[in-house]
Design a protein. Structure first.
Length: 265
């Protein structure tokens, strides 16, 4: 089954990237020559998505629409419809995803966090689709985490051994820390959800940080026995910090420009 729609939450304040985000929305900070959000849309398009719903804050809505439509479609995205949705209040990642529910309707969908970029040649969405039982089971991308990272990521509870990259999941906890972590596998910003996720988001109460957490809805899917994980073979690139943005620029720059980057002094 082809997954035709992707949701890309990109409405965060970008406080770790200030002062740049005082004048440029986080979603439009560039990596080499294009905003991080464009990399996410391109990734979804490579996996077969023909509609990308980008959830942004009020200040970024018209800028995102302009970026993807001014002077016609961007190269490689000619068959993709990009639809901005404004999250009027910053109530959390789960709330941002919930804002896309009307456009998604009753379809399974990819969800990509624009802060996290895949390394060249390591797309993960096709593996999520392959493990989704033709779009009937939600699948989340995982990576093993060191102890010092367990307080920064959502962490899943496993219900089986890892087999050919896939693992059955029974729940998830947001930023538990090493003492309370149910495993060492963390959620890393790539998901395939069935529409059932919206039911859990609608009922979700504020969680960690007083926000509606996507991890809490993922936990509900796991408790219902309808959640699977796929362990990615390599880490992703985190553009949400200055050092992460620099690393992403170097990695993607080397891929595009080769040894030219190594010669820079």
């Amino acid at each position: 089954m082809s997954i035709e729609v992707a949701v890309i939450p990109a409405a965060g304040r970008g406080t770790r990237m200030r002062p740049a985000t005082r004048v440029v929305p986080k979603a439009l900070l560039t990596v080499i020559d294009r905003p991080a959000i464009q990399y996410a849309v391109e990734e979804a398009a490579r996996a077969g998505a023909r509609e990308a719903i980008v959830v942004v804050d009020l200040d970024a809505g018209h800028l995102v629409a302009q970026h993807f439509s001014l002077e016609g479609p961007l190269p490689g995205l000619e068959g993709v419809r990009v639809r901005p949705v404004v999250q009027e209040e910053a109530l959390g990642l789960g709330h941002a995803v919930f804002e896309a529910r009307e456009m998604v309707a009753n379809r399974p969908f990819f969800c990509l966090l624009a802060d996290n970029l895949v390394r060249p040649g390591h797309d993960v969405l096709p593996a999520l689709a392959a493990g989704s039982d033709h779009g009937r089971t939600s699948v989340v991308c995982l990576r093993p985490l060191d102890d010092d990272m367990l307080s920064r990521y959502g962490v899943v509870a496993t219900a089986s051994d890892v087999e050919e990259g896939y693992v059955e999941l029974s729940g998830a906890v947001e930023k538990p820390g090493p003492e309370k972590a149910p495993s060492r596998f963390g959620l890393v910003g790539r998901y395939l959800f069935t529409p059932e996720i919206f039911e859990h988001l609608e009922k979700a109460e504020p969680g960690v940080g007083g926000e509606i957490q996507l991890t809490d809805a993922i936990d509900a899917l796991g408790r219902a026995g309808r959640l699977r994980g796929w362990v990615a073979p390599v880490d992703m690139l985190d553009t949400g910090t200055p050092e992460g943005l620099l690393q992403a620029t170097i990695v993607l720059g080397r891929h595009r420009f080769g040894d030219t980057i190594d010669d820079v002094r």
